[in-house]
Each structure stands twice: as C-alpha cells, then as structure tokens.
Design a protein around this ligand. Structure first.
Ligand code: ATP
Ligand code: MG
Length: 583
C-alpha cells in the first residue's frame, strides 16, 4: 500500500493513555492490567461490578453513564448510580423468578435502555447474557436460544408476536419471557416494568469466579453458520485495558460506539469497556443516517468515536462538504473495526476530520481488540496496526503436524495469536471439535490471512476462504477492493474468485457507485483500466459488474461467499445474518 504514513504528535505524558507503544509492550503484564480493576473479595470478579458499582463506590454516582437518544431525538440520561440501581432491580427480578447462577438470559431488543439494564443485571446475578439482533427472523432466534439453553428472554410485545410466539413451544427450557412494553397481562409473558418496580434496588453482586461463563456471542455468519463463542468474567480485564490503550478512553469523555449490541462489538465496546473506563456513552436508537450522525457528533460533543468501515464508506459516499457544516472540534480519536478499512478511507478521514480513523482487528472469538493503530503511533493507511501489549501475534503456515511461524517480513500466512489472554473464548457452544481445531502448537488460528511488514505492522490480506489463487498468485480481495475504492466513482466494492480452467481462478468485482455516477460501459472500461494500472493484469479484475447494493451481514460485513455461491449456482448456506441484499 502506498498512501503516505500519518505521523502523530503529542507523545508527552498525559496526552495519551499509552504515550509510547514500545515501552508499553515492554512493561505490560496481564497481572498489572488486573490491578486496574477492583475485583471482589477472595479473587472473585464480576463484569457488572467493575462496569458500574465500582464507580459508585469511587464517587462517580452523578456522572452520566449512558445518554440515550431515542428515534424521535428525545434524550434520556442515566447516571452511574441509576444504572447501578436499575441493574440491581433486574438482578432481583431474576432472583424472584428462580433464575440462578449460570442460567442464560437473552435479549431480543433494539438499542433501548432496558437492554443495558438487562445485560448488567444479568451479570450481577451471576447469570449468562446472550444478545440477539432485533432484526433476526424466527429461525435464527430459535436456533440461538436452543443452542444456548435460553431460560429468560427480554423483548418487546411486537417482537414477541412476530418472532417468538410461533417457536415458543419448541423451546421448553425458555421459562420466562419479559416484555418491556407489556400493557396487557398474558399467560405466556410477564411485564418487565411492573416486575422492576416491585423489585428492590439493592442487590449483593454475585461473587462470580473469573472463569465463570458470562457472555455468549454468536459470530457474524460471514463465512458460514454462526458459532456461539463462550466468554467468562475475566474478559473484563481485556475490555478495560483495550478501552484505555486502544480507544484512549479517559474519565469524563463522551464516547460513541455505533455498533449494535446484537453483536460482540456492541457488548465489549458498546457497554463493558466504556463503562469500566468511567465515560459517558452515547446510545443512538436510530439507524445510520449521515446527517443525524454528524449532528450527534456535534451536539453531544463526542470525544471518542468507534464505528465500522461500512458506515465510513457511507459517510464518504455522502460527500466531503457535509462534514464541514458541523462543528466536530470535540473529536479526539476515531477508530474502526469489523472489516478491513481501505487506505482510501483513512486518507479521506484525515482530510475531512483532521485525524485518521484508526483501524483495529479482532473477532468474536478474541472477545476484545487484538491488533490496533494506537493514538500515539504513526498510522500506515491500510494496515491494522500492531498487537496489543500483552498479545503476541504471528503469521503462520500449516505444516503436516502443526504450524510453523513465518518470520520474514512480507510473508503471507494465517494470522495467529499466542493463546492465553483474558477475553479469549473458552469454547464454541456444542462444537468441541471445531474449537479444538482453532489451536495448534500454542497458537490460536484466526482463519484470516495477513502479512507483517518490516516495521512490524500487520496488514490484512483476506479471510482464508476468500483468498483467490490465480496463475500462481495469491490475491487478497481487500487489495483489489481498495484499489477500486481509489477511483472517484466507487463507493464500495466486493471481489471474489471464480473457477477458470486456464489460470485456476479469475477475479470478479462487484461495485457500488457513488451518487451522481452512471453505471455504463464507459465507466466499466475506465474502472477496468484503473484497476489494471494500479494492480497489474494478473491481479486486476477481469470482470466488473455494477450493483446498487452488496449483500451484507447485520454487522455490516460484505458476504463474499454469497456473491460466489450465486455466481456458481451453488447453495447459499446459512443466511440468517444477511441484512442488505444485492440489487
Ligand atoms: P463468521 O466467523 O461467522 O464467519 P465473522 O468472522 O464475520 O463471522 P466476527 O467475529 O464478527 O464474525 O468478525 C471477525 C472477522 O471480521 C475477522 O476474522 C476478520 O475477518 C474481520 N475483521 C474484523 N476487523 C477487521 C479489520 N480491522 N480488518 C480486517 N478484517 C477485520
Ligand atoms: Mg469468524
């Protein structure tokens, strides 16, 4: 990648939580990261205590923990004290229902305050929390509750009617359904509000063991059937330190994570990390809307913003001039996760916001950020950055028996992490064999291909399933997509390999255009020429087609496997997480 590096200033003490990456790496230990939290007597640990009640103990009762912006733009604030009390009430509700330690509590809710209270109350009660996307259909809802042995579900009347009522009989273990907007009593459901009112606002947080199960998170389903990753209370150590080191969160900050709590970013970085770091977090109920988003950044004086490449590309699509109409001077740090962030997007943000988006990489399985661009570190646009202090990342290659590390800069191989950090998954639900296969010779194998350069920066190449082999070249879709994105007409691109007798696979690109451009033959030739010039004839797409929409998961990831299956007339597989489809 050849976009110039973006240098940083302000490495003097006090400016950034991690002023110097190298010395942080040298000094880091997970034990010292544990010391940043209070813990509970006798070595116990509970995420909810660290996120909320701890701050009340330390004099932050009146600090706003959560500012909710409703669809109608009304705001509602919750202080740390209010969240502590509400979550205690919910823990008491569970207690009254006979729901005990280890039982599974699910939500099927949009971004509403009750979701946050439920998560924290569930953890306080020593139960296990699992989010479901509110937009899932009945089958994905059923299968996830079945695999995870759901006992309690918190949802709304409308969602219950549409998605749960019909499948309820097949879930005998689901004994309690609480509706947050229940106005008419029914045999099958309970009234969340009424139960909360009756419950006491004081609760002794259950002294969970750091290794007790706390969270169940299903993966995004980008490459196939979603897997249920198990996480434990100790994960909070990683959430807290990554909030500090990667997102540079400081007490008093206003922070906005745009991820839906239906997937792991929305929990790790939309609830736990910001709260353990004592910030005010913004929760926006509404969907993506460029103007509304800029308005929130301005009106709420957001300091730290964590979003995703799809949203960034949509902001780019809406044009540079819009951003200039807003006062975004409160912004101090911006980060992105979920998909590779094209260098073009980093360069764009540096121009429009006066600072780059900082890409970072992690997975549902890793529970927290593993590789990142840090506030104090030079950004190389297109790179995911460097491993978190405490994390050893490597590029490996499978051998007959195990794996071999590829230490030469520039070598492409599977991105692997030395096992043993606090937020690492402890298993896949019901899939022991699959879990076992993720490990070899002390490494956790991510399933992503990457490369490390001579300065130890990591570069994403593609998911191992998506990499294209053509005429002896290994082509990462990300590289081709990024080159296409450099063209002024391109808003978004997805690249796949199609079987070819001569060269093994040929590269095909699906391109979504920015507003104001017409999908015609002239533009296609222009794009083919641009790609050939940028990438060379062996790597450039042989074919480009225009689409108004690319198929994406609900967490905003392009589903290349779906484009490929359709091209080849093959079964499309599990599409339970499909959100937008091609047009
Ligand atoms: P599934 O495992 O079900 O196919 P998924 O892998 O998309 O779904 P997640 O755990 O939500 O589910 O996503 C993690 C994956 O997202 C990573 O393995 C990687 O492929 C991609 N990803 C996340 N962040 C980045 C990033 N900064 N750069 C490149 N890829 C990223
Ligand atoms: Mg995955």
């Amino acid at each position: 990648m050849d976009s110039p590096a973006i240098e940083k200033s302000g490495t003097e003490p006090g400016v950034f939580n991690m002023p110097d990456y190298q010395s942080a790496v040298r000094q880091f230990s997970w034990d010292s990261a544990r010391q940043l939290l209070d813990g509970l007597p006798e070595g116990k640990l509970n995420i909810a205590y660290e996120a909320v009640d701890r701050h009340v103990q330390h004099g932050m009762s009146d600090t706003i923990a959560l500012r909710w912006i409703a669809r109608d733009a009304q705001r509602k604030d919750f202080t740390y004290a209010a969240l502590a009390q509400l979550s205690s009430r919910f823990a008491n509700v569970l207690h009254t229902l006979g729901v005990t330690r280890g039982d599974r509590v699910y939500t099927l809710l949009g971004r509403v305050p009750e979701l946050y209270v439920t998560v924290l109350g569930t953890l306080k009660a020593g139960c296990v929390y699992c989010p479901l996307f509110s937009a899932f259909g009945p089958e994905p809802v059923r299968s996830r509750m079945d695999i995870g042995h759901a006992k309690v579900l918190v949802t709304t009347r409308a969602l219950y009617r549409r998605k749960v009522a019909g499948i309820r009989k097949s879930l005998p273990g689901l004994t309690h359904i609480l509706l947050i907007d229940d106005d008419s009593p029914s045999e099958d459901t309970m009234n969340y509000g009424a139960m909360m009112e009756q419950a006491s606002a004081s609760f002794q947080t259950v002294a969970t063991d750091p290794e007790d199960m706390a969270l169940l998170h299903f993966t995004s389903g980008t490459t196939g059937k979603p897997k249920g990753a198990i996480h434990v209370h100790e994960a909070v150590v990683a959430h807290n330190i990554t909030g500090k080191y990667v997102l540079d969160l400081k007490q008093g900050d206003t922070y906005w994570c745009t991820a839906d709590p239906g997937w792991v970013t929305g929990t790790s970085y939309g609830i736990i990390a910001p709260l353990t770091n004592g910030v005010t977090m913004i929760v926006n109920e509404g969907e993506f809307d460029a103007l509304a988003w800029y308005r929130i950044l301005q009106e709420e004086s957001v300091n730290v913003w964590y979003t995703a490449p799809t949203a960034i590309r949509m902001l780019m699509k809406s044009g540079d001039s819009i951003a200039a109409e807003y006062d975004l001077s409160s912004l101090r740090f911006m980060a992105s996760v979920g998909e590779p962030l094209n260098p073009e997007a980093v360069v764009w943000s540096n121009r429009v916001f006066g600072m780059p988006f900082h890409d970072n990489w992690w997975q549902t399985e890793t529970g927290g950020i593993m590789i990142a661009n840090y506030a104090s570190m030079t950004v190389k646009p297109g790179s995911m950055g460097k491993p978190l202090p405490g994390i050893q990342a490597g590029i490996v290659e499978k051998t007959g028996q195990g794996v071999r590390e590829l230490t030469k800069p520039g070598a492409v191989g599977e991105l692997a992490l030395r096992s043993g950090w606090p937020s690492m998954m402890r298993g896949y639900l019901d899939e022991q064999e699959r879990y076992r296969k993720c490990f070899a010779d002390g490494w956790y194998l991510s399933g992503d291909l990457a490369m490390r350069d001579e300065d130890d920066y990591f570069w994403f190449v593609g998911r191992s399933d998506d990499v294209i082999k053509s005429a002896g070249h290994l082509i990462g879709p990300f590289e081709v997509e990024s080159a296409l994105m450099e063209h002024e007409a391109v808003a978004e691109a997805a690249v796949i390999g199609l079987p070819d007798e001569m060269v093994g696979e040929i590269v095909k690109a699906f391109v979504e255009l920015k507003t104001g451009y017409t999908a015609d033959d002239q533009l296609m030739l222009d794009l083919l020429g641009h790609a050939r010039k940028r990438l060379g004839p062996a790597v450039a797409p042989k074919e480009i087609v225009f689409r108004e929409n690319l198929p994406k998961t609900r967490s905003g990831k392009i589903m290349r496997r779906l484009l490929k299956a359709r091209e080849l007339g093959l079964p499309v597989g599990d599409i339970s997480t499909l959100e937008s489809d091609e047009k």
